[in-house]
Design a protein around this ligand. Structure first.
Ligand code: FE2
Length: 295
C-alpha cells in the first residue's frame, strides 16, 4: 500500500490516527510522534512492540525511516542524551539517522480496532463490553468521525484486517458495518474487554487455547477450579482493572502485567487468573499494524 517515495510520514500518521485517535490515550501516556518530522518522505516502515537498539541498527542498515512501536520510546523527561547508556544512545542514533518514531499505545489498546480485537475473535467472545470505558467528549467524537470519513485506508486492507464486509471508510453509510461481528459501537473506546465464551472451559483448556492462538510458550495459572464462561482480558497492565473485573463477575482474568498482591486479592475473590508474558500478550500488535498498512 505504501510505496517508496509516495507517502510522507505525516500521511501515515494521519491514517493511523483516524483509527487510533491520540485524544483517546490515557493522560499518563505519551503516544504519537515521539521523534521525527511529519514532512519527510517515508522510505520504509518498521513495526515493533518495544524499540531495542538492535531494531534501530536494523532500520539504519535497511534505510527505514519510520518506526511504529506499541510502547512509546520516551515516557519521562530525558535529561542527558549521550552514547553512555542504551536508552539515550537509541534516541541519539534515531535523530542522527533521520528516523521517526511513532507510538500507538493506550490509544491503540482502547480502540475497537486495537489490542483486544484479536482476543474477541480468537476466543469467540459474545456479550462483550469494555472493562473500563474511555470517555470521549462530543468534540473529540466529532474529530474522530471526520478522521474516519477522510481516511484513505483502502478496502483490501480493511478486508485483510478482519472486516466481514468490504468497507469504504470514506462512505459514512458503510462505516457502521466495519465490526459487524462485534458489539462495539464504532465510536466506543475502552480499556480491556470482558465477554462470554461459547461454552464453559476449565482453566487449563482455556490457557491451552490461548497459547495456541497467540503463540505463547508459557503461562502461569491461578486456578479456583470453577468452570469458566465469562472472560476478562487486559493484555497490557491489568492492575488497575481488578476491582472492575470482580464487579463484572468475570470467571477468569487474563493479563500481561500485574503485581502479586492484586493477583492474590482477585484469586481470593473467586476469580481465576492466566498470567501471560507482557510481550507475548501484545506481540500481535506487529502483525495487526502491518496488515492494516498493507505491509
Ligand atoms: Fe504494553
Amino acid at each position: 500500500m505504501f510505496q517508496k517515495n509516495v507517502f510522507t510520514i505525516g500521511d501515515i500518521i494521519n491514517e493511523l490516527d483516524a483509527l487510533f485517535p491520540e485524544v483517546t490515550a490515557q493522560v499518563y501516556d505519551n503516544p504519537g510522534l515521539v521523534i521525527g518530522k511529519r514532512s519527510e518522505i517515508c522510505t520504509g516502515i518498521y513495526v515493533c512492540v518495544d524499540i531495542l537498539e538492535r531494531d534501530v541498527n536494523f532500520c539504519i542498515s535497511e534505510d527505514i525511516n519510520l518506526i511504529i512501536s506499541h510502547h512509546p520510546l520516551i515516557w519521562d523527561g530525558v535529561k542527558k542524551i549521550t552514547d553512555e547508556d542504551s536508552h539515550s544512545r537509541k534516541i541519539m542514533k534515531l535523530i542522527e539517522n533521520g528516523i521517526s518514531v511513532f507510538a500507538l499505545h493506550t490509544n491503540y489498546d482502547c480502540s475497537p480496532y486495537g489490542m483486544c480485537r484479536k482476543y474477541i475473535s480468537e476466543l469467540s467472545l459474545s456479550n462483550t463490553e469494555y472493562i473500563e470505558k474511555v470517555p470521549c467528549s462530543e468534540l473529540d467524537k466529532e474529530k474522530i468521525d471526520i478522521n474516519l470519513r477522510t481516511t484513505f485506508m483502502n478496502s483490501d486492507a480493511a478486508s485483510e484486517y478482519g472486516a466481514n464486509t468490504v468497507i469504504d471508510l470514506k462512505n459514512p453509510i458503510l462505516k457502521d458495518k466495519l465490526f459487524v461481528n462485534q458489539n462495539f459501537d464504532y465510536l466506543d473506546y475502552g480499556l480491556g474487554v470482558i465477554g462470554d465464551l461459547p461454552i464453559s472451559h476449565d482453566l487449563s483448556t482455556l490457557a491451552s487455547k490461548l497459547q495456541q492462538s497467540f503463540d505463547i510458550s508459557d503461562v502461569r495459572l491461578y486456578d479456583t477450579k470453577k468452570d469458566i464462561l465469562r472472560v476478562a482480558i487486559c493484555p497490557g497492565s491489568g492492575k488497575s482493572a481488578v476491582h472492575a473485573v470482580r464487579e463484572k463477575n468475570a470467571d477468569v482474568f487474563i493479563t500481561g502485567d500485574i503485581n502479586h498482591d492484586s493477583w492474590l486479592w482477585l484469586y481470593e475473590e473467586g476469580v481465576s487468573g492466566i498470567f501471560v508474558d507482557h510481550y507475548d500478550a501484545e506481540k500481535h500488535f506487529v502483525t495487526e499494524i502491518k496488515s492494516l498498512l498493507g505491509l
